[in-house]
Ligand binder design. Structure first.
Ligand SMILES: Cc1cc2nc3c(=O)[nH]c(=O)nc-3n(C[C@H](O)[C@H](O)[C@H](O)COP(=O)(O)OP(=O)(O)OC[C@H]3O[C@@H](n4cnc5c(N)ncnc54)[C@H](O)[C@@H]3O)c2cc1C
Length: 407
């Protein structure tokens, strides 16, 4: 029997999930990936003996489609505290969910990140999202998160000191211009599950899927330059034809319908002094005019002995203020010394991630495909910028191709 041939471009979460599902049904699947490894925006590189995620990100265990496609029980995960340490004007404040974090109740109540009314509103919001399904959330009116928080009654103080750095770090933008649907969805996911980090790097997620794809032909370092009539053309001059093509390149030929994108920088610094946050917890910078938005210490769970007790700090910068990479690294280094009291940090690596998250004005939770099409452009950008959406769209496109074949 001649097998249906599917060519997938991109070995990120979308491409890998689609490959897994089609492979299971006996399709002949080939993946073409520009880089020398799988994972896409969820990949880990080893530099100077440290595992560096290319862009700091976390797993939310409530993501339904992530759980459907990834066996989280087989991944060595670090539990993040449901709390944050906030840095402002040379002082630190600790805030968190008192039901899930030890010794945080009084610190949260007496913190200066917002008034008592704000803290009551957070509980009201939690109750609201508990009662809403994900589908219902994606049908709510889509306004900016900033407008939503204002209309909900939150004070300017809590918006500036907590929501902006915390959700800014998630949405990868400082103004909270991201749709309120994404805010409610993410808030629900945080409230109903846990935030975790794979101890061996975010890339282990992709590795788990890759290990199951024995019959898939992987072509690494194979940059696709053109797709025409289900024929994939590579930069090295080779080409191959397929029955169906699934293209997951985020910004394919800068097409308008793949939308606009947030960019961000992720910098890693090593320092000899102890970590300024000793718990597995995110640090937020609430100082005005900041470069550093949020920090995390991967050295909490990496082998310190091998690094002679040095700490590794991951820094997310959302707005580079027009600086060159060299000047940005220098300025971040100075900010670490002045605002965080970290002496002599040494830059390990700077990553610039131009297509970090899609900007969806109307993020969605579902999309249907054309039954006559044979080439599909899919990725998180079709639904919403999340690992959950990448898993979901990978599943949806494979289901669609299976249905078409059965018609
Ligand atoms: C800094 C950062 C933080 C994030 N934080 C979170 C978070 O905390 N929670 C969350 O849910 N989501 C987060 N995300 C989003 C999440 O990582 C993405 O939604 C998801 O990884 C998208 O997967 P994808 O397969 O659709 O796209 P990608 O991972 O971008 O995959 C596309 C693949 O195509 C390849 N490619 C590109 N061009 C070519 C070409 N010409 N030829 C061949 N191959 C090509 C790329 O190398 C890549 O492997 C974050 C993203 C970033 C960047």
């Amino acid at each position: 029997m001649i097998k249906t041939k599917v060519g997938i471009i991109g070995a990120g979460l979308t491409g890998l999930v689609a490959a897994k599902e089609l492979n299971k049904k006996g399709f002949q699947v080939s993946i073409f990936e520009k880089l020398n490894q799988a994972g896409g925006r969820m990949r880990t590189e080893t530099i100077d003996g440290w595992n560096l995620d290319v862009g700091f990100q976390v797993l939310l265990t409530s993501y339904p489609y992530l759980k459907k496609h990834i066996d989280l029980s087989k991944i060595n995960l670090l539990n993040l505290e449901s709390a944050a340490t906030i840095f402002r004007n040379g002082k630190t404040t600790e805030v968190g969910d008192p039901f899930r974090t030890k010794n945080i109740l009084w610190k949260t109540i007496f913190s200066d990140i917002g008034g008592f009314g704000d803290k009551k509103l957070i509980y009201k919001l939690k109750k609201q999202v508990d009662g809403q399904s994900i589908s219902e959330i994606f049908k709510t009116e889509s306004i900016s998160t900033f407008e939503f928080l204002n209309e909900y009654g939150f004070s300017e103080t809590i918006i500036d000191r907590f929501f902006k750095p915390f959700f800014g770090g998630i949405f990868l933008e400082n103004d909270l211009s991201t749709s309120s649907r994404m805010f409610l969805f993410t808030f629900k996911m945080f409230a109903s599950g846990k935030a975790k980090i794979p101890k061996n790097g975010i890339g282990t997620i992709a590795q788990q899927i890759v290990s199951k794809l024995e019959r898939v032909n992987f072509h690494f370092e194979s940059e696709v330059v053109k797709i025409e009539d289900q024929t994939i053309y590579l930069k090295n001059g080779e080409s191959e034809s397929f029955d169906y093509v699934i293209n997951t390149i985020p910004n394919y030929q800068n097409r308008k319908d793949s939308g606009q994108w947030q960019e961000c920088y992720n910098l890693y610094f090593e320092h000899k002094s102890p970590a300024i946050i000793s718990q597995p917890r995110i640090g937020l910078n609430a100082n005005p005019d900041r470069l550093i938005n949020n920090i995390f210490y991967p050295s909490i769970h990496q082998n310190l002995k091998m690094h002679k007790g040095k700490s590794l700090i991951s820094i997310t910068v959302l707005n580079s203020q027009g600086l060159s990479e060299k000047d940005l690294a220098k300025k971040v280094e100075k900010e670490l010394e002045s605002d965080f009291n970290i002496p002599e940090p040494r830059l390990v690596k700077l990553y610039y991630i131009p297509y970090s998250l899609p900007i969806n004005k109307q993020p969605k939770n579902y999309v249907a495909f054309d039954y006559s099409a044979k080439t599909f452009e899919v990725g998180d950008f079709l639904l919403n910028g999340s690992q959950n959406a990448a898993c979901k769209i990978g599943g949806l496109i494979s289901k669609h191709i299976l249905e078409v074949k059965e018609l």
